[in-house]
Design a protein around this ligand. Structure first.
Ligand code: SF4
Length: 122
């Protein structure tokens, strides 16, 4: 599993792999990663450094954060997301962000996303 990948319509940041939800239609089913504990593959600072060095990086391409996991399935994943958002802000990365989830989005993440949007506008 590579940390940063170019997909059809976004750049994927694969900091975490695996999900315990076990959905039958999940793309992760092929490797059994749809029914396991999530593993952190790379710390947020390294993920951002790799992203910025990635050959297809462009500030106009949206970033999909953790498409090989569900980021809100447990507090550890959510903490990793919040740390990644801090790093993206620190490195002044202003790409649009995509997060795919089937779980409830915690209030603190919604607040953080709104705050980031404000920073991007100013
Ligand atoms: S919640 Fe998402 S990542 Fe998890 S098993 Fe279901 S489809 Fe896959």
């Amino acid at each position: 599993m590579v940390a940063i990948e170019m997909h059809f319509s976004w750049l994927a940041v694969n900091s975490i792999l695996g999900c315990p939800n076990g959905c039958k239609y999940c793309l992760l089913q092929a490797t059994g990663d749809n029914n396991c504990f999530p593993k952190q593959l790379i710390i947020p600072r390294e993920a951002v450094e790799k992203l910025l060095k990635y050959k297809y990086y462009d500030e106009k391409i949206p970033l999909c954060l953790f498409p090989n996991a569900d980021v809100f399935v447990n507090p550890k994943n959510t903490k990793c997301l919040l740390e990644l958002l801090d790093e993206l802000e620190k490195y002044n990365v202003k790409n649009d962000l995509i997060i795919i989830t089937k779980c409830k989005i915690p209030e603190n993440v919604i607040e953080r996303a709104k705050q980031l949007k404000q920073i991007i506008k100013t």
